[in-house]
Design a protein around this ligand. Structure first.
Ligand code: ADP
Length: 351
């Protein structure tokens, strides 16, 4: 009763960019009773107009216009809270994100730690997560390694190398394709054998609880298609697999792994509180590989909602253990805003 009264007094709009997981975020916001707004590229409007849970749209030619005055003005006029998603991180620099003058859900300062490889490594080490060994230079490649581009590229352009020559060959292809300027734009890491898993968490600064909301793996082209070609044919054609994400596949973990999943999430939240105040508030994801001994080696984190949560619009095998109603990550975000607003603690959720 009290919560309803306060919500009516201070009506927030939940806003995000039209891509990645925006449908889930705005559907969840609507289910929690909020008005919704989509910052939409004109070329994508025919898709988003199909959904009646989107109340309002700001049309732009390019997402980077979110930092322009007209966009910020509309967002502030509508009392919007912007939910950061992967598209924001992909399209804008940390400086641009930090300079936008509208309230962001969670901690916008931590997005810089997601984009910068060195900061990222520092936070994972502070959280005492096991990580793949970085390979300092192409001369140090002694075993199977994965070569990555800087920034969130969605796995695009990644390749495998097992010595200096295979590294140079892969790098040369990327230079020719104009995907990189030189070998210096690449980052080499030990390849971890095992199976990938993406652990989707939500941390509430209001209840101080961490919640495991789901687990997924990515469906990547064309590394996940290569097994469909027999080895003789693979040898005959020159395939250099890429890791371009086209979708996500659900996973449930062995129950005996869950204790460590929660422990890793808690260590990450504690580390973020120390290194990047106000900490890892809201959704985040630890991304890694389970090796043959059941150890989780974390190669990445996302400090905001990930697209793999789109699987669980109606809840997951984990959110179902916590909430009686269907609780997607998008809805969980809106639920947190409602909870904090009811307790007059909304400022703790925003940066
Ligand atoms: P991005 O940050 O561009 O989204 P990721 O770093 O998450 O890309 O990696 C993309 C894919 O590459 C992962 O899903 C996984 O299959 C693979 N991968 C990344 N790092 C490693 C690693 N160290 N060992 C094995 N596979 C890896």
């Amino acid at each position: 009763m009290e919560i309803k009264k306060t919500i009516n007094k201070k009506r927030y709009t939940i806003a995000t960019l039209g891509s990645h997981c925006s449908l889930q975020v705005l559907k969840g916001a609507k289910d929690e009773g909020f008005r919704t707004l989509l910052i939409c590229e004109k070329s994508r409007s025919s898709l988003y107009r199909r959904f009646n849970f989107i109340d309002d749209m700001i049309m732009v030619d390019n997402f980077s216009e979110i930092s322009e005055q007209f966009c910020q003005k509309r967002l502030n006029q509508t009392n919007s809270i912007v939910i950061p998603i992967g598209t924001l991180v992909a399209y804008m620099s940390s400086e641009q994100i930090e300079s936008i003058n509208v309230p962001f859900f969670g901690n916008k300062w931590i997005l810089r730690w997601e984009s910068d490889r060195n900061l990222k490594q520092k936070l994972m080490e502070e959280a005492k997560l096991k990580t793949p060994k970085p390979v300092k230079s192409k001369n140090d490649i002694e075993r199977l390694s994965i070569v990555k581009l800087h920034g969130a590229a969605g796995g695009r352009g990644y390749f495998l190398a097992w010595n200096k020559e295979t590294f140079e060959e892969g790098a040369r292809k990327l230079v020719n394709q104009k995907k990189i300027n030189s070998e210096d734009d690449l980052y080499i890491q030990e390849y971890v054998m095992g199976v990938p898993a993406y652990l989707q968490y939500f941390y509430s600064p209001i209840t101080r609880n961490i919640e495991l909301m789901g687990v997924d793996r990515r469906y990547e082209s064309d590394i996940d298609g290569i097994g469909r070609i027999p080895s003789r044919q693979q040898m005959g054609i020159e395939v250099e697999p890429s890791y371009n994400v086209v979708g996500n596949i659900p996973i449930v973990l062995r129950e005996s792994l869950l204790g460590e999943v929660y422990a890793m999430g808690e260590r990450f939240v504690d580390a973020a509180k120390r290194l990047v105040p106000p900490g890892m508030n809201g959704p985040f994801c630890l991304e890694g590989v389970y090796d043959r001994d059941g150890n989780f080696i974390t190669f990445e984190f996302s400090a905001r909602i990930v697209a793999g949560t789109n699987l669980y619009l109606d809840g997951s095998p984990y959110s179902g253990l916590i909430y009686p109603q269907s609780m997607s990550m998008g809805r969980r975000i809106a639920h947190e805003i409602k909870l904090a607003n009811g307790k007059r603690r909304i400022k703790e959720l925003l940066t």
